[in-house]
Design a protein around this ligand. Structure first.
Ligand SMILES: *[C@@H]1O[C@H](CO)[C@@H](O)[C@H](O)[C@H]1NC(C)=O
Ligand SMILES: *[C@@H]1O[C@H](CO)[C@@H](O)[C@H](O)[C@H]1NC(C)=O
Length: 381
C-alpha cells in the first residue's frame, strides 16, 4: 500500500498525463431547460474498483455489469457519471459511448434496451510505476418506462479482468468466467479523496480548481513577459450522439481578454482578480464548440489566461436526460505569438500549425492567487 503522500504524488503525475490526453479528445454535457434530474447523481455510495488490490503500470482492465430490471419494469435510459484513474472507454450494449478519466468526471446519457443491458468499460493505467493507484468509479441512474428509477453503483457486483479478448465489450460475450471486481476504496476516502474535483451537474457547478494559467511564452527567470496581444484557441468535439445545447464558461486573463464562441463575440474583461461566468445557449446545435480568446498583456510583466468550461449536451431524441463534460485551460489549447491572423476567432480557422500553450501555474497558485467570479446574463447564439 502506498503512503498517502506517495499516492498524492502519483495522482498528480497521472493527472497531468491525463489532461494531455483529454485535451486531444473532447467533452460532453446538459441543458438549462431540461428537468434537473442530474444534480442528484453523486459518487458517494459508489466504490473504486479494479481487477486486483494493487495496480500495475500500463495495464488495461475490462469491466462488465449486466442489469435486468425487476419483473414488470421496462427500461428506457440511463444517466451515467463515471471516471477512472487513469483513463476509460465506456460501452453500453456494445456501442461506444465516450471516453474520460481523471479529476473531472463525465456525465453520459444513453438509451437502454427494455430488459437486459450490458455496461462495459476498459480502463488503463498509463506511464506509471507498479504499485500505482488505479480504479474505476461510476454511478448509473436507470429510468423505467413508468418514470421510476434505480441506481447502480460500481462495487463487487461488477466483473473485472485484464488480458481482454476481442469482442469483450459485446453484449453476447460470455463473462461468467470473469472474476468479480476488487473494491479498492470508497469514494472520498484517502487516497481517492484527492482525485475528484468536479462532477458535471445540471445546472453546471464550475470552478477553476485544477485549471492552468497558460501563455504563449515560457515565463523567463525574470518573471517578466513582454507587452502585446496573443491569440488562443481550443476546439471541443463532442462524443457520438451528444449534441451541444449550452456551454458555461468561466474566464480570467492578465491583463485583458475578448472571448469568442464559434466566431461570436461573447464578452471581455480587464481585471484578472474578477473572472466572468458566461452561459452560451446554442440556438442550432453546433458540431463543435470553438473557444477563441484574444488576450493583451498591457505592460511588460506577468501575463496569463485561465479558462474553465462545461459543455452541456442533449443526446439526439432525448429530452429529459443530459450529458456533461469539462474542458479547462491546459495543454489542449493552442496559441500564436505572431501577428494576430484575421479571422482567428472563426470556427473554420485552421490552427493546426499553432503550437500548444505553455503552462505557467495551476490555479490558485501565485502570482494570481484566488479569483472571484462574476456572472454575466446568458446569451443565445
Ligand atoms: C478498449 O476496448 C476497445 C474495444 O474493444 C478497443 O478498441 C480499445 O482500444 C480498448 N482500449 C484500450 C486502452 O485497450
Ligand atoms: C414520464 O415523464 C414524462 C416526462 O416527464 C412524461 O411525458 C410521461 O407522461 C411520464 N410517463 C408516465 C408513465 O408517467
Amino acid at each position: 500500500m502506498l503512503s498517502i503522500a506517495m499516492a498524492r504524488f502519483f495522482l498528480k503525475t497521472l493527472n497531468s498525463l491525463l489532461f494531455a490526453g483529454l485535451a486531444l479528445s473532447s467533452a460532453t454535457s446538459d441543458t438549462s431547460s431540461a428537468p434537473d434530474v442530474t444534480s442528484a447523481l453523486s459518487f458517494s455510495s459508489s466504490k473504486w474498483i479494479w481487477n486486483s488490490a494493487t495496480a500495475t503500470a500500463n495495464a488495461v482492465v475490462g469491466f462488465r455489469k449486466d442489469f435486468t430490471p425487476p419483473l414488470g419494469k421496462s427500461l428506457i435510459g440511463a444517466e451515467i457519471i463515471i471516471t477512472a484513474v487513469t483513463s476509460l472507454n465506456l460501452y453500453v450494449n456494445g456501442d461506444y459511448i465516450g471516453s474520460g478519466g481523471g479529476r473531472f468526471a463525465h456525465r453520459f446519457c444513453v438509451d437502454l434496451l427494455p430488459s437486459l443491458n450490458i455496461f462495459a468499460v476498459n480502463a488503463s493505467t498509463t506511464g506509471s510505476g507498479t504499485g500505482t493507484v488505479a480504479g474505476l468509479i461510476a454511478t448509473i441512474l436507470v429510468t423505467y418506462q413508468d418514470n421510476t428509477t434505480d441506481i447502480l453503483l460500481t462495487d463487487s457486483s461488477w466483473r473485472a479482468k485484464s488480458s481482454l479478448p476481442l469482442g469483450w465489450e459485446a453484449p453476447a460475450f460470455d463473462d461468467t468466467a470473469w472474476p468479480v471486481a476488487t473494491v479498492v476504496g470508497s469514494y472520498d476516502v484517502a487516497p481517492w479523496d484527492t482525485i475528484l474535483v468536479n462532477i458535471p451537474a445540471d445546472p453546471p457547478i464550475l470552478s477553476f480548481a485544477e485549471a492552468e494559467w497558460v501563455w504563449t511564452d515560457v515565463v523567463p527567470a525574470s518573471g517578466t513577459l513582454p507587452a502585446g496581444s496573443r491569440a488562443f484557441r481550443r476546439t471541443f468535439t463532442p462524443f457520438p450522439n451528444q449534441v451541444p445545447a449550452a456551454a458555461t464558461i468561466i474566464i480570467s486573463a492578465d491583463n485583458e481578454y475578448t472571448l469568442y464562441v464559434n466566431g461570436v463575440t461573447i464578452g471581455s474583461g480587464s481585471n484578472f482578480k474578477v473572472a466572468q461566468r458566461y452561459t452560451v445557449n446554442f440556438a442550432t446545435a453546433p458540431e463543435e464548440v470553438v473557444l477563441a480568446v484574444l488576450v493583451t498583456n498591457t505592460a511588460a510583466g506577468t501575463a496569463g489566461l485561465l479558462v474553465g468550461m462545461e459543455v452541456n449536451m442533449v443526446p439526439s431524441g432525448r429530452t429529459s436526460c443530459t450529458a456533461g463534460t469539462f474542458s479547462l485551460s491546459n495543454v489542449g489549447w493552442k496559441s500564436t505569438k505572431s501577428a494576430i491572423p484575421a479571422g482567428f476567432e472563426q470556427p473554420e480557422f485552421d490552427d493546426s500549425a499553432w503550437p500548444v500553450v505553455a503552462v505557467e501555474a495551476v490555479y490558485p497558485a501565485a502570482p494570481w492567487g484566488t479569483v472571484t467570479i462574476a456572472t454575466v446574463a446568458p446569451v443565445t447564439i
